[in-house]
Write a protein that binds this ligand. Structure first.
Ligand SMILES: [Zn+2]
Length: 422
């Protein structure tokens, strides 16, 4: 039941960070603090929402923030006044520090009614045209600076509807005096935290013995702990902060998030491999598969670890399952891969005396033995293989944690669901 004397408000913020400093999460926390004295003020939930990873003008994370608050209905005029002056101050401070460039387009929005969830689904799966988005949000209060691009993230974050298995992220911010200095949080402490708090995840990349919770940029975030419940991330945070070797944070907040949801893709597909993999030196490998009746390019990046290694072993005829995100050039960037049924592999030419391979003198020449007069028609020998031969006992493979997208669900959290089959 909504208290009749209270008003519920959805607030969205995006793109207040700049390439070299700032962080939208901290600005959003400042914003919430600036309205926290309103009568009967309550934050119902904060949300951190990741959007389509290929969006233009965005970094790899592509995240935006929203929250749902309540306050006394009589305080609405004050609320609007505070938000407006907050945005003006943000503008002044960005300009003062020369932080406004064409890549920064802050947007702040608020609404007294819930926003259509379709706006979220559009922005997490595909490119959104700003002109189209502006039409769809014409009735919502908004403030923008520089350009209107930030409205896509702000409105999509407000439109997202969490569900039972949404994940959580606790973001802890640094004391301003520490910003710019090395963060005091060692990878061994992160490892211990993970062992003690099994409901947290993506804390480390075990393939590199590297902690993943602390950013590498000069932003004010000390760390972000991801987990399956708000209690799990809070308890891991308290455990970290009680350790004298860990840098003390100035403040923190818990966000519900769409991270690890796989919302950006529509389940896995099964396909037959059409071509051998092509390896681009040091960068990526790709091959063609049959997908929904036509040919589609699957791409695995060098950093994709096992996904890349497995793709390179595939040959035409192999039946595979895959998950990935369609890039603007139409190719699919693989996020998970599995071989379901491999075709027999060539093992080489037949052997004869002394266990030596028979050889051909050239085109249209038969195979001869170097040691006896035997001559046979040129052919290859094949071997039936099973998944063990491809070192695929585990089924699905995925990139290491440091290379996975925020939106991607790790295999440790369950098997992907089938979307298309050919
Ligand atoms: Zn022989």
């Amino acid at each position: 039941m909504i208290n009749p004397s209270k008003t519920r408000i959805w607030i969205g913020l995006d793109d207040t960070d700049t390439p070299d400093s700032g962080c939208t999460t901290a600005t959003f926390d400042d914003l919430i603090n600036s309205i926290s004295h309103l009568p009967n003020f309550q934050v119902l939930e904060r949300r951190l929402v990741r959007l389509w990873p290929f969006a233009e003008r965005r970094t790899r994370g592509n995240g935006a923030l929203s929250c749902i608050i309540e306050c006394s209905s009589e305080a609405i005029a004050d609320f609007e006044k505070i938000l407006s002056s907050f945005f003006t101050n943000l503008e002044d401070s960005l300009k003062l520090h020369g932080k406004i460039d064409s890549r920064t387009s802050p947007a702040l929005m608020y609404s007294f009614v819930e926003i259509n969830e379709d706006l979220y689904w559009e922005a997490v799966r595909q490119k959104v045209e700003i002109s189209d988005r502006i039409k769809k949000i014409s009735g919502i209060n908004k403030m923008t600076l520089n350009s209107e691009w930030g409205l896509i993230g702000a409105s999509s974050a407000m439109a997202w509807k969490p569900h039972a298995d949404s994940t959580w992220e606790l973001v802890a911010w640094r004391y301003p005096k520490n910003v710019g200095r090395k963060r005091r949080i060692s990878s061994s402490i992160v490892k211990e935290m993970e062992l003690n708090h099994p409901e947290t995840f993506v804390n480390r990349d075990p393939t590199k013995e590297k902690g993943l919770i602390a950013p590498r940029t000069p932003c004010p975030v000390l760390y972000g702990i991801r987990g399956s419940s708000s209690q799990a991330v809070l308890s891991a945070h308290e455990w970290l902060q009680s350790n004298p070797e860990v840098e003390k944070c100035q403040r923190f907040a818990i966000h519900r998030t769409n991270q690890l949801s796989d919302d950006h893709i529509t389940g896995f597909s099964t396909s037959t491999v059409l071509t051998n993999p092509i390896e681009t030196k040091g960068a990526h490998s790709s091959l063609e598969v049959i997908f929904m009746g036509s040919s589609k390019t699957l791409v695995a990046f060098k950093e994709g670890g096992e996904v890349n290694r497995l793709l390179r072993k595939l040959i035409p005829g192999d039946k595979i399952s895959w998950m990935g995100l369609e890039s603007p050039d139409g190719s699919i960037h693989l996020e998970r891969l599995r071989v379901d049924s491999p075709v027999p592999r060539v093992t080489g030419r037949p052997v004869c005396c002394n266990n030596k391979t028979m050889r051909s003198a050239g085109n249209n020449q038969p195979l001869r033995c170097d040691f006896c007069p035997k001559i046979i028609e040129k052919h290859w020998q094949f071997k039936e293989i099973d998944l063990t031969d491809l070192e695929l006992i585990g089924g699905w493979v995925e990139p290491p944690p440091s290379q996975r997208r925020h939106l991607s669900r790790p295999l440790s959290l369950g098997e992907p669901i089938l979307s298309h089959s050919d």
